[in-house]
Design a protein around this ligand. Structure first.
Ligand SMILES: NC(=O)c1ccc[n+]([C@@H]2O[C@H](COP(=O)([O-])OP(=O)(O)OC[C@H]3O[C@@H](n4cnc5c(N)ncnc54)[C@H](OP(=O)(O)O)[C@@H]3O)[C@@H](O)[C@H]2O)c1
Length: 207
């Protein structure tokens, strides 16, 4: 089984690669190969903001059983001061980058394979400065729900998680009362999407 993880070097990606690797083989799925892509990847360097870079990545990779995206950057700003530029940057960094990946992946995922994108809890609850991110996350959730109905050959899901334990300090007071969760727990949602049978779902991971 070949799995392309885009954003593999990040906090989410590292946990997801570990989870997918650890789970694999428990049910006799055979050999696993995880292809790790990101801007600084040695084997699969790419820029998800650039159409031609994404196309070239998939040409290089060829056919895969699963594509997992764990990329996405958002701008945080109160609705009292947020600019349209910040919203556009978040839509590009979180939503469009992943749609670019999903659209390119369609022709490279084998029959019965899957695409998994990363949305987030900010689409479901209000947080200080979260309005740009809320739109991007819900856009991903809506795309997955709708597009999965028409993608007959392949499954399409998103994972929406709260903050990772290891990222909690970086987010500071953004998520009051929401307990950070372990990388293992977050990774289990991606395992469910890649090795399971669901499609059109946003798999939620929060307490
Ligand atoms: N961390 C959390 O607690 C958490 C919780 C829930 C959801 N999320 C979501 O998970 C996603 C990833 O977050 P993260 O915390 O893992 O971020 P991160 O640690 O900053 O990792 C980002 C990853 O994306 C890659 N990347 C960044 N820009 C790229 C580009 N233009 N082209 C290709 N690859 C690029 C980075 O590659 P290089 O390292 O090679 O530059 C890295 O592998 C985001 O959508 C975030 O909202 C995160």
């Amino acid at each position: 089984m070949r799995i392309l993880v885009i954003g593999a070097s990040g906090a989410m990606g590292t946990n997801v690669v570990k989870g997918l690797s650890t789970h694999h083989g428990k049910f006799g799925e055979g050999v696993i190969e995880i292809l790790k892509a990101s801007t600084t990847s040695t084997d699969y360097p790419m820029d998800c903001t650039d159409d031609s870079s994404v196309r070239e990545l998939f040409e290089k990779v060829g056919c895969v059983d699963a594509v997992v995206s764990t990329i996405g950057g958002a701008q945080w700003a109160s609705a009292e001061v947020v600019s349209l530029e910040q919203i556009k940057a978040t839509l590009e960094g979180k939503l469009l980058c992943q749609l670019r990946i999903a659209l390119a992946a369609r022709d490279h995922v084998v029959d019965g394979g899957s695409i998994t994108l990363t949305s987030g809890i900010v689409g479901n609850f209000a947080f200080h400065g979260g309005s740009p991110s809320s739109i991007a996350n819900l856009g991903l959730d809506a795309f997955v729900r709708n597009a999965a109905q028409e993608l007959r050959r392949i499954r399409l899901n998103a994972v929406s998680a709260t903050v990772l334990e290891e990222s909690a300090d970086a987010y500071g007071t953004v998520f009051p009362g929401f307990l950070p969760i372990s990388g293992e727990r977050v990774a289990s949602a991606y395992v469910r999407s890649v090795y399971g049978t669901e499609t059109g779902q946003t798999i939620k991971v929060w307490s």
